[in-house]
Write a protein that binds this ligand. Structure first.
Ligand code: SIN
Length: 331
């Protein structure tokens, strides 16, 4: 009898040991974060910061793998891949959600925001926060906005007034608003992935493109574009996005910690963005590879006048109340 009891206890101890070993050896949750820009950009640094924070705080429980430079997925594939569970986090430009929602087109309206403070105010306000969920019905949810900055126009010829752009080919992100914006000045917009822009410019297959200082610098567009017009005509920001299935499937405590790390990484990325808008502009000037054209007020007004009718064109799709809220953010 005593012998049987000992055997039973030994068996129970062995089962408990195997069970606890299985729990402690459970594979960590893997978060693949795919993006298209270089690591020395606001988004690249934000993604790396997020990994660093998760590594510190959730070691063994969550593992973040960051894939920069379109290594894993390019612009046009990442959201489909997310819905299939092949990637868990991304931060595409707000101009790349056309297949999933029309509302986010608001961010592409030319000359809508007077500066990045206005963009921040709008994003943190009620409409901006509501827009984080604009893709929810498609199985994707926004976890926050990340800044890059205001866009400039680069080209093979100097662009001072809208007629200078007429007849020229410009690469744009996959946005109908951006297409309309270039059509409004008589130019030809071409929707192309970010990974192709340098070669298109280098081979002169296109004449120009629009982008932020950090993207123009980190992807060396300034080396193949002799002129950059400091137009600040639109915003290029990001929606940090995940799939609803992945997010709601996370254990509550893990989700809370991951969101906290993400928020901190975004705050860090926004500081990098503000700094790079100044620093990378200066590095381009110092390189002497590209001339920066500063517009007079009268020249800038010509661009505003030519491009602003695009607002009306998309008012129905976006919603007048949303546009009004964005205008208010400039005050
Ligand atoms: C990005 O900043 O993620 C890419 C922007 C672009 O496609 O021009």
């Amino acid at each position: 009898m005593a012998k049987n009891t000992i055997l039973l206890v030994s068996l129970m101890v062995a089962v408990a040991f195997v069970a606890s070993a299985t729990v402690s050896m459970a594979a960590p949750i893997v978060i693949k974060f795919s993006h298209v820009v270089a690591e020395n950009t606001p988004k690249g640094q934000m993604a790396n910061k997020f990994k660093e924070l998760v590594d510190q705080r959730l070691a063994g429980k969550v593992e973040v793998e960051v894939f920069p430079n379109s290594q894993l997925f390019g612009d046009n594939k990442v959201l489909e891949a997310m819905l299939l569970g092949d990637v868990q986090l991304a931060a595409p430009s707000l101009s790349k959600f056309k297949k999933y929602t029309k509302s986010l087109q608001i961010y592409d309206l030319p000359f809508l925001f007077k500066n990045m403070d206005a963009v921040e105010k709008f994003q943190q306000g009620p409409v901006g926060q509501k827009l984080l969920m604009a893709t929810k019905s498609k199985g994707l949810i926004g976890l926050g906005y990340l800044h890059n900055g205001l866009k400039q126009l680069s080209a093979s010829d100097p662009l001072r007034v809208p007629t200078d752009a007429a007849g020229k080919k410009f690469r744009i992100m996959s946005s109908d608003v951006l297409a309309a914006q270039f059509e409004a000045v008589g130019a030809m917009p071409l929707k192309k992935p970010f990974s192709e822009v340098f070669t298109l410019l280098q081979t002169k297959a296109i004449d120009g493109q629009e982008n932020t200082w950090s993207n123009i610098y980190s992807k060396k567009f300034f080396e193949v574009q002799p002129y950059i017009t400091e137009s600040n005509h639109g915003v290029l920001d990001y929606l940090v996005i995940t799939s609803t299935a992945f997010w709601t499937g996370l254990p509550d405590d893990i989700r809370t910690e991951v969101k906290k790390a993400l928020d901190e990484a975004i705050t860090f990325g926004n500081i990098v963005a503000a700094q790079k808008a100044t620093d990378d502009r200066q590095k381009i000037i110092d390189s002497k590879r590209s001339t920066i054209i500063e517009l007079t007020d009268a020249e800038r007004q010509q661009w505003v006048k030519a491009m602003k009718p695009v607002w009306k064109q998309f008012e129905k799709e976006i919603g007048k109340d949303y546009i009004d809220a964005a205008i208010q953010a400039n005050n």
